[in-house]
Structure formats: structure tokens, C-alpha cells
Design a binder for this molecule. Structure first.
Ligand code: FE2
Ligand code: FE2
Length: 163
């Protein structure tokens, strides 16, 4: 698709985050399995469930733009997920691995936060209020996941990893 208008640009970026969310959904179960700290395992599993809801919301946004939901390969998320997999394969110490996985998961959250921030700004400009609400709901979940990961890292995981 050729991008001619701001609406085209919005839809292209929506396809990017839709692809990213689906890849994240595929990657999370292995991370949940590998997580050592119970708090981390629970946080990742909760966010996996939230991510399912986020995919649904994105499908509703596609509907609002009268476009059928389709992903567009996002190299950025592929790279972040590849790094997370590398950690899971290479880091033997389970406590160091937890710290590494939190780092990877936060890289994912920050990618999502930047995408949703941009999409919300564009939706505002395009006057698509219904889309803003849906995107905002996803953004809040990403921010919350990011904050929770910071808390877990700072409260226990980092100390154990360094011990
Ligand atoms: Fe997400
Ligand atoms: Fe997320």
C-alpha cells in the first residue's frame, strides 16, 4: 500500500503494532515458563492475558477505519524478541536471567508505548475519538506493565542477580 494521506500513515502504523502485539503474544509463554521469580512469572502471565485483549482492541480500531485487520512485519519488534530469546538461551544463572528478561520485557513495553503515543496523537488529529479510547486503554496497560517490571527489578530481582 502506498501511503498518501495521514490516514494511510495511521493504518500502516496500526498494522505495525498489530503485528508486534501478535508476535509478543507468541513470545510471552516461553518467558513465563523461564521466569524464576514468582512475581515476575505472574506479571508476565497477567500481561500475556492483557495482550490478548489488546489485539481485540486493535481489531476494533481497524474496523473504525474500515480496514480488515492485517499485520505488517515489524523489524523492530523482531529484533527485541530475538534479543530476549538470546538471553533465554545463553544465560544459565536463573537470577541473572530474570534480570535480563525484565530488561527485554521493558524494551518491548517501551516500543509499544512509543507506537501507541504516536497513534493516539494521529487519531486526535484525524478526529477519531473512538479509536483514541481503544488505543489509550492499550497504552495504559503497557505503562502499567513497564512500571510493575521496574518495581519487581528494583525490589528483588536485581539484588539477587548481583549477589
Ligand atoms: Fe501490548
Ligand atoms: Fe506490553
Amino acid at each position: 500500500m502506498t501511503v498518501k494521506t495521514m490516514e494511510d500513515l495511521f493504518v500502516e502504523t496500526l498494522k505495525d503494532i498489530y503485528y508486534a502485539e501478535k508476535q509478543i503474544l507468541k513470545a510471552l509463554p516461553a518467558m513465563v515458563k523461564k521466569a524464576g521469580a514468582k512475581q515476575l512469572k505472574d506479571a508476565l502471565e497477567t500481561h500475556r492475558k492483557e495482550t490478548e485483549g489488546q489485539v481485540d482492541r486493535l481489531e476494533q480500531v481497524f474496523q473504525l477505519f474500515e480496514v480488515s485487520p492485517r499485520g505488517k512485519k515489524c523489524e523492530a519488534i523482531e529484533g527485541i524478541i530475538a534479543e530476549a530469546k538470546e538471553h533465554m538461551e545463553d544465560i544459565e544463572d536463573p537470577e541473572v536471567l530474570d534480570a535480563g528478561m525484565i530488561g527485554s520485557a521493558q524494551a518491548v513495553e517501551h516500543y509499544e508505548i512509543t507506537r501507541y503515543g504516536t497513534l493516539i496523537a494521529w487519531a486526535k488529529q484525524l478526529g477519531k475519538d473512538d479509536a483514541i479510547e481503544l488505543l489509550q486503554a492499550n497504552l495504559e496497560e503497557e505503562k502499567h506493565a513497564d512500571e510493575l517490571l521496574s518495581e519487581i527489578a528494583e525490589a528483588t530481582v536485581n539484588q539477587k542477580a548481583a549477589a
